[in-house]
Design a protein around this ligand. Structure first.
Ligand code: SF4
Ligand code: SF4
Length: 80
């Protein structure tokens, strides 16, 4: 099973450390002045790092999965 983790644009990251401060699980760290998610398996995908990054360097995309089978709905009132 794949684990969703935030995507970091290292070209935009200034190393300000805001995401390190705000990650509730403390799993974001600065390495060589660039942000790294050190325990990606622990990420709860709360998106706080995206919310608090002042430089738009973090994105937490969501995949939208539509419910249903794709078959048209049946009608109980169809005439024969
Ligand atoms: S808040 Fe944004 S710019 Fe600052 S260290 Fe984190 S990712 Fe980099
Ligand atoms: S999504 Fe939440 S738990 Fe995951 S790295 Fe960002 S702030 Fe931390």
């Amino acid at each position: 099973m794949s684990v969703a983790i935030p995507e970091i644009d290292l070209d935009k990251c200034t190393g300000c450390g805001d995401c390190v401060e705000f990650c509730p699980l403390g799993i974001v760290s600065l390495v060589n002045n660039k942000v790294t998610i050190v325990r990606p398996e622990d990420c709860i995908y709360c998106t706080d790092c995206e919310l608090f990054c002042p430089h738009g360097a973090v994105s937490c995309p969501f995949e939208i999965v539509l419910a249903g089978t794709g078959a048209p709905p049946s009608s109980p009132h169809r005439r024969k």
